[in-house]
Ligand binder design. Sequence first.
Ligand SMILES: [Zn+2]
Length: 503
Amino acid sequence: MDAFNFSSSPLEPERYREALGDPGAGGYASFEGWVRDHNDGRHVTRLEYEAFEALALKEGGRIVSDAIERFGVLRAASVHRIGSLAIGELAVWVGVSAAHRDEAFAACRYIIDEIKHRVPIWKKEYYVDGDSGWVNCERCAVAAHAHVEHAHGARAPDYSRQIALPEVGSAGQARLGAASVLVIGAGGLGGPVLQYLAAAGVGRLGIVDGDCVEASNLHRQPLYGTADIGQPKAAVAAAQLARLNPEVRCEVIAEAASQGNVDDLVRGYDLVVECTDNLRAKFLVNDAVVRAGKPAVFASIYQYEGQLQTYRPEPHSACLRCVWPEAPRDGLVGNCAEAGVLGPVPGTLGAMQAMQALKLILGLDDARPSGVVIVDLLSLDTRVIRAPRDPRCDHGPDARPERSAVEPLELDFTTLDEARAAGYELVDIREASERRFDRPGTQIDLHLPLSELLDGRAAFPVAGRQLIVCAHGVRSLALAEHLRAQGRDGVWSMRGGLAGLSP
Ligand SMILES: [Zn+2]
């Protein structure tokens, strides 16, 4: 094995280690560098390594032979991965065998440090928000910095025309800024949903779509243009929304919702807007929002007609399965490709979904008996079919065993002081950016952002009586359920979150 090498296939540390075997060796030290999921506060989804190979091999070889000479070790080697790497993959391996451990450790440390500084290797990181950037080189570091500066310096939309509505006001605007919405499907329905929610200043949007833009999409998906054909929809949508409103954080999930990812996706947002064109996905999302206790807005279209349904995690709200107990299998009704569609039909229904989402966030949803709204865009007739919760449908909060097994998970308070007086320790699990809108008197000292609890940077207290608080009581409920399921009693969620407190 050469002293320093590149590999475009996964590294094999076991094999490299064997090559360092020496009868005179009493110790072996190794360093493994792995691809991690974050850098500089940004969530990384994968990365790519590229090198000026000829130069890099020469410089890497010099570093390894320097180390052998300098520390008097027996053998040393390093292999660096190039190409596309996933999170958790081994990116660089260094191994040293020596008579004694001290020099093995020292040489190993020297080699990895020098490689980082001297070998011309570039790393391109891909972020959740669809952005990517080369890092680890002077020129790119400057470029990345400039990009951030630009984003921060960009002007935000002026929301005065919506703040002027008495039902919105600045408190409503703050609610929008603190809210997160998962939009599943970035096509004819999802496009207007994303544009209106971003324009309104919804703080965080998740964009789930595994498709690329096709020429036949454009007549009903004017979020995209001909130049985007062949590009992943989720990433293009995020770029468009960044132009519309740089204040909105977009998270790109460039894959379809599936059994494997839907629960994790739904858990990370306050509200779900389902915008796919297939029934299988709609029922998949329905079941996930019911499990997670999240509100969701569904829509579907067929030729000139559209249907809209809102699910609320409340005992009387019907889910899709209440309305369609014999869930039709995918393919039973035509999709756009087969049935034909005029662009404004999904556009209208998407705009209605956006309106429903804003109402749910702003607390303007009248929560009247649930039903399905049917809009015929040819006759302009609108009908509402009342569809109450089907008692035979086993969806819903009171059907979930973890709720009924122990005492209530959600508690109602009108002020934070009332909760404190009742003996609860308050825990704010919102992200730091959401706390900047806090009114005086609503500050909570113990701040454990959900993102940090999830990735282990923060730990939830192991004992006590904690009342978990978030913006709307959705994330706090999910966390309380999670902790209870892990056997941690003494945790509750404040129903309605901070938005539900009396002003
Ligand atoms: Zn149901």
